[in-house]
Design a protein around this ligand. Structure first.
Ligand SMILES: NC(=O)c1ccc[n+]([C@@H]2O[C@H](COP(=O)([O-])OP(=O)(O)OC[C@H]3O[C@@H](n4cnc5c(N)ncnc54)[C@H](OP(=O)(O)O)[C@@H]3O)[C@@H](O)[C@H]2O)c1
Length: 268
């Protein structure tokens, strides 16, 4: 294998690698995906699911890749990069870290021979709708920035951000918000007398279709709220009670906790 093969090497074959590989295949991307992980069974599962190739030898895998993606958990990044450096491989030009909260300067300190990009894909990329914020070291060339963006655009929209915005967007754009809100609304629906299935259908409509309508209509949130909530009606009473109970405060506190966790990762 050589650099012209346009292979992508994932270091770490866990959740986000699985979602990205599936999304890339769904988009019809037939380029080689190599995956290196210390759990061979995980890579075998990805091999079956998304036709990835098992990277058994780290050095030859790195030297055969055009792009290297660090997809281990934040606490494992230093160790993983130390392994990369120790194996003595010639490094690819494009190195991207998916590790939440780990700043470019830390990546540079661990492995300085390359110019780093960061990306924060969402597992929704599995169905081609994952939003991926990206940021780059200043020295990453325009052409390489385009390559990184194009890669993630295969699995959904890409947002260019400044690095200092990455922690905030990581805390905000997580699809967990949708699942969390869906679970909370469905539970309240069951408490109010609906069965489990109907509760989920109703809650998913309220959240998913409501947001789809916002996107499709181009109307502002205020306009849509005005349309959906009759003054003095049930929706108005529901929202007012939620706000009095601290809905906005709870969401803001959650986001602050997420940002703080990302900042903790930066000190690893
Ligand atoms: N999950 C998401 O939705 C998501 C979204 C955006 C970004 N990210 C970022 O992506 C990264 C990976 O997240 P994830 O949820 O996919 O994690 P994960 O499911 O735990 O996958 C990471 C994999 O890498 C392996 N690994 C760690 N160190 C290794 C080493 N030195 N050599 C070989 N294999 C090694 C892990 O094995 P062990 O379990 O034995 O450590 C694990 O199998 C994180 O930094 C996270 O912040 C995740």
């Amino acid at each position: 294998m050589n650099r012209e093969s346009e292979a992508t090497l994932f270091l770490g074959g866990g959740r986000i690698t699985g979602a990205l590989a599936a999304g890339l295949r769904l988009a019809g991307d037939k380029r080689t995906i190599l995956v290196y992980d210390r759990h061979p069974e995980k890579v075998r599962a990805l091999q079956r699911e998304s036709s990835v190739e098992v990277a058994r030898d780290l050095k030859s895998a790195i030297e055969g890749a055009e792009m290297l993606i660090v997809a281990v958990r934040p606490g494992s990044v230093k160790e993983m990069l130390a392994q990369v450096v120790a194996c003595g491989a010639a490094l690819p030009r494009l190195c991207i870290s998916l590790a939440a909260g780990i700043p470019l300067k830390n990546l540079q300190a661990s492995m300085g021979a390359v110019r780093w990009s960061r990306a924060m894909p969402s597992p929704v990329c599995r169905i081609g709708r994952g939003l991926t914020p990206v940021c780059f070291e200043r020295s990453v060339t325009k052409a390489d920035r385009v390559r990184v963006r194009k890669f993630f655009e295969l699995v959904g929209p890409v947002l260019d951000l400044r690095e200092e915005q990455m922690d905030a967007i990581t805390a905000v754009h997580s699809s967990t918000h949708g699942y969390h809100a869906l679970a909370a609304l469905a539970k309240a629906a069951q408490d109010a007398g609906l069965n489990h299935k109907t509760a989920l259908i109703a809650a998913a409509h309220a959240l998913g279709d409501g947001i789809f309508y916002w996107r499709a209509s181009g109307l502002s949130l205020d306009e849509l709220l005005e349309e959906a909530a009759t003054p003095g009606g049930i929706a108005a009473a529901t929202m007012a009670a939620m706000d009095r109970a601290g809905y906005l405060r709870a969401v803001a506190r959650g986001i602050r906790a997420g940002v703080k966790q990302a900042q903790k990762n930066a000190r690893r």
